[in-house]
Design a protein. Structure first.
Ligand SMILES: Cc1cc2nc3c(=O)[nH]c(=O)nc-3n(C[C@H](O)[C@H](O)[C@H](O)COP(=O)(O)OP(=O)(O)OC[C@H]3O[C@@H](n4cnc5c(N)ncnc54)[C@H](O)[C@@H]3O)c2cc1C
Length: 336
C-alpha cells in the first residue's frame, strides 16, 4: 500500500476505560487529521475493548480498529508490534502513527519505526502539519529540558511520534459523534510472543497513580529515612492533598521509594497541576520527568539548590520544620 493516508493512534486502556493519554492522543490526532483533511483512526488491542471503542469515537476517532484475539491477554511488546505492523501495512496505510510516551508507547514506538522503516520523534510536546509538505512537524524538549527542538518528518511512509502526558489537549467528547468500529483479527500467533509473563504483582500504593494525578508529592535523597518518608510525604503532605507519591533516583537508591515511583529520564513522566519537590536537588535527569508540571513548589535546605530555578514557589528550610505547619494550614483550608 503506497498511498499513506490518515492518522492512527494507538489507544491504551486502563481499568476498563481509555487511559488519559489516549484521550490526549485522540485530541491531537483529530486536529492533525483535520489539518490534512483525512481520517483519524484508533487502534485498541484488548479483549474487552468494545465500550472503549465507542468512547474513542465520542472523543474524536472516525474509525476504531479493535483487536480482541492478541496471543497474550496483557501487553507484550513483540507480538503487539507484529499486530500493529500488520495493521499499518495490510489493513490500512496511515500517514501518521501516534503513541503515548508511556511504558507501553516507549516499548512499541522504536520497534515499529524499525519495522516500518519510518521516522520517529519521541516525547513530543507539540505536533502540527506543515501546510506546504503536509508532513508532521514535531517539537520535543532536549538537553534535559533546556531547549526545544523542532523536527520535520519526511514523507514516503508512516511518520511516528510519541506524545508526552498532558502536553496536548484532549478532544471535547461528544456522544453523538458517529464512527465505524472494525473488528480485525490479530493475525499473529503465539510464536510472535517473545516474553512470558511469569507473575503480575499489583503494587500497593496510597493515592492516585503519579502519571494521572493532579497533585504529586515527590521526595528526594535528602529525606532521612523510610520512616520519615512515610511520616512527612506519604502519610503527611500527600495524604492531606490526595496526591500521588513519587521521587528521585536518589530516593530509589536510598531505599526510600520503589523504582516504579521514580520520576525522570529513566523513570516516569508526570505532568500534574502541582508538584511538591521535597528535599531533592533538581537534577536535569529528574526534571526531564516533571518539567510538564504546571506549578512546582520546592522545599529545600540549600537556597542554591537547582530546583529553585524551576519552582514557582520555593521554601528554604528543613522539611521536618516546613511540612507540619503546611499540613495544618492546608487541612484548615481544605475543610472550609
Ligand atoms: C543516565 C542517568 C539517568 C538518570 N535518571 C534519573 C531519573 O530518571 N530520575 C532522577 O530523579 N534521577 C535520575 N538520575 C540521577 C540524577 O542525576 C540525580 O543524581 C538524582 O536525581 C538526585 O536525586 P536527589 O535530588 O534526591 O538527591 P540529591 O541530589 O542528593 O539532593 C538531595 C537534596 O536534598 C536537600 N536536603 C537535604 N536535607 C534536607 C532537609 N532536611 N530538608 C530539605 N532539603 C534537604 C539537599 O539540599 C539536596 O538538594 C539519572 C542519572 C543518570 C546519569
Amino acid at each position: 500500500m503506497a498511498d499513506h493516508k490518515g492518522v492512527f493512534i494507538y489507544g491504551e486502556i486502563s481499568e476498563g476505560k481509555l487511559a488519559p493519554v489516549t484521550l490526549e492522543l485522540l485530541g491531537i490526532g483529530r486536529r492533525l487529521a483535520d489539518a490534512r483533511g483525512e481520517e483519524c483512526a484508533a487502534v485498541l488491542i484488548d479483549r474487552k475493548a468494545d465500550d472503549c471503542a465507542r468512547e474513542a469515537i465520542a472523543c474524536g476517532a472516525d474509525r476504531v480498529y479493535v483487536v480482541q484475539d492478541a496471543p497474550t491477554e496483557f501487553f507484550e511488546g513483540a507480538s503487539f508490534t507484529a499486530i500493529l505492523e500488520r495493521l499499518c501495512t495490510e489493513t490500512a496505510a496511515p500517514a501518521i502513527l501516534l503513541l503515548g510516551q508511556t511504558i507501553t508507547g516507549r516499548d512499541l514506538a522504536p520497534r515499529l519505526a524499525f519495522r516500518l522503516k519510518a521516522g520517529l520523534v519521541m516525547d513530543c510536546v507539540g505536533l502540527a502539519i506543515d501546510p506546504e509538505t503536509r508532513n508532521l512537524i514535531a517539537k520535543k524538549p532536549v538537553s534535559g529540558g533546556n531547549a526545544l527542538a523542532t523536527y520535520a518528518l519526511k514523507d514516503g511512509g508512516p511518520q511516528l511520534a510519541t506524545i508526552r502526558r498532558r502536553a496536548m489537549e484532549p478532544f471535547k467528547g461528544d456522544e453523538r459523534r458517529q464512527g465505524e468500529i472494525v473488528n480485525v483479527p490479530a493475525g499473529v500467533d503465539a510464536s510472535e510472543v517473545k516474553a512470558k509473563r511469569i507473575e503480575r504483582v499489583l503494587e500497593e500504593s496510597e493515592g492516585p497513580s503519579i502519571e494521572n494525578a493532579e497533585i504529586v508529592v515527590g521526595g528526594g535523597r535528602g529525606i532521612d529515612s523510610t520512616e520519615e518518608f512515610e511520616e512527612y510525604i506519604t502519610k503527611g503532605l500527600a495524604r492531606t492533598l490526595g496526591a500521588g507519591v513519587g521521587g528521585t533516583r536518589g530516593a530509589v537508591d536510598a531505599g526510600l521509594i520503589s523504582e516504579q515511583s521514580q520520576v525522570g529520564l529513566t523513570g516516569k513522566i508526570i505532568g500534574p497541576n502541582l508538584y511538591f519537590a521535597v528535599a531533592l536537588s533538581g537534577a536535569i535527569q529528574h526534571m526531564a520527568g516533571c518539567s510538564g508540571a504546571r506549578n512546582i513548589v520546592a522545599i529545600n535546605l540549600d537556597e542554591n539548590a537547582q530546583i529553585f530555578k524551576f519552582a514557582r514557589f520555593g521554601i528554604v528550610g528543613d522539611y521536618r520544620q516546613v511540612i507540619p505547619p503546611l499540613i495544618e494550614r492546608l487541612t484548615e483550608l481544605l475543610s472550609t
